[in-house]
Design a protein around this ligand. Structure first.
Ligand code: CA
Ligand code: CA
Length: 275
C-alpha cells in the first residue's frame, strides 16, 4: 500500500510538473514578448506589412516624352506645385519632382503662348555665332542639394535663398524641337542667403530630357552631383525657371505679388528622396 501511494505520489508529481510546464512556457513567452517590444518599433522587418516603406518602392521613371509613368506614382512619393497666373513670371504652370537615391526626376509644364522658339537663319550669324533671329529657351534647375537653408543663395527667385547648385541647359537645343537636356552645372559662390547671378562653373551633370511643346520630363544624376561635391540630402529642395532669350518668363514655385510679398517670391519646393 505504501508502495502504491508512493507510485501515485510520483504520478501526481509528474502530473504537477506537466501542468507547470505550459505555465512556465507561457511566462517565458510573455518575457520574450516584453523583450521584443522595442523591436516592434523598428522600421524594417519588424513592422506590419502595411507599414513597410516597401509599399512604395522607388521606381525608375522613363525619360521618353510620354508621361503615363508619372500618373502611376503613389501619392505622397512626389512633390508638386502649380504656378499662379498672377505671378510676375507665370509661364511655368506645373511641376512634379520625384527623387530616388540615383536620380532626381522632374516633370514640368509651361504655357506655349508665352514661350517662343525659333532656330533662326543658320546662314546669317550674329557676333556670337548664333543664327540671327534665333529664339532660345534656356531652362534652369536650382537645387538646394544639402537641404540646408544656411548654405547657398539666390534670393532673387527663392525666398529660402539656399540654392547650392544651378543646372543650365536648353529645352529646344536646336531652337526648333524639344530635345534632351544637357546642362552645365554651377555652384553658388555669392554670400550665404545672398542675391545676384553669382555662380562658379562646376562641370557637367548627366541628365536626360524628352517631351513635347509645353510638357517635358528630365532626370538628373545624383552620383554626378555627389562627384562634383554636392551630394543630395534625403530632404532637399528645388526650383525651376524657363527663359526667353535669357530673361526669366516662368519661375516655379511662385506666387502672385501681394502687399506682404511684393515680389511673389516663395520657398523652393521641398522633396523627400524615396528609398
Ligand atoms: Ca516618361
Ligand atoms: Ca543649401
Amino acid at each position: 500500500m505504501k508502495k502504491l501511494m508512493t507510485i501515485l505520489a510520483m504520478f501526481a508529481m509528474v502530473g504537477f510538473v506537466s501542468c507547470q510546464k505550459p505555465a512556465d512556457n507561457s511566462k517565458k513567452n510573455d518575457e520574450q514578448k516584453e523583450e521584443q517590444k522595442p523591436d516592434d518599433q523598428k522600421p524594417d522587418d519588424q513592422k506590419p506589412d502595411d507599414q513597410k516603406p516597401d509599399d512604395n518602392p522607388p521606381v525608375e521613371l522613363t525619360i521618353d516624352g510620354s508621361f503615363e509613368d508619372w500618373a502611376g506614382l503613389a501619392k505622397g512619393t512626389y512633390s508638386q506645385t502649380y504656378g499662379d497666373e498672377e505671378a510676375t513670371h507665370p509661364a511655368l504652370t506645373h511641376c512634379k519632382v520625384y527623387a530616388t537615391a540615383e536620380k532626381i526626376f522632374v516633370y514640368v509644364e509651361w504655357d506655349v503662348e508665352q514661350v517662343s522658339h525659333d532656330p533662326g537663319d543658320p546662314n546669317d550669324l550674329d557676333e556670337w555665332g548664333d543664327p540671327k533671329g534665333k529664339e532660345s529657351v534656356p531652362f534652369h534647375c536650382y537645387i538646394n542639394t544639402d537641404g540646408d537653408t544656411a548654405t547657398g543663395g539666390f534670393s532673387d527667385q527663392y525666398a529660402d535663398a539656399s540654392i547650392d547648385v544651378l543646372l543650365e541647359g536648353f529645352i529646344y537645343p536646336d531652337g526648333a524641337n524639344v530635345g534632351s537636356y544637357a546642362p552645365g552645372a554651377f555652384a553658388w559662390n555669392g554670400d550665404p542667403n545672398g542675391s545676384g547671378w553669382a555662380w562658379a562653373e562646376l562641370g557637367d551633370v548627366t541628365c536626360e530630357g524628352a517631351g513635347v511643346d509645353g510638357k517635358y520630363e528630365l532626370s538628373i544624376s545624383c552620383a554626378d552631383l555627389k562627384g562634383l561635391g554636392f551630394p543630395v540630402a534625403d530632404v532637399f529642395s528645388i526650383g525651376f525657371d524657363i527663359q526667353q532669350n535669357w530673361d526669366s518668363v516662368g519661375v516655379l514655385p511662385n506666387a502672385a505679388p501681394s502687399e506682404d510679398n511684393a515680389s511673389g517670391v516663395v520657398n523652393s519646393l521641398s522633396v523627400t528622396v524615396q528609398k
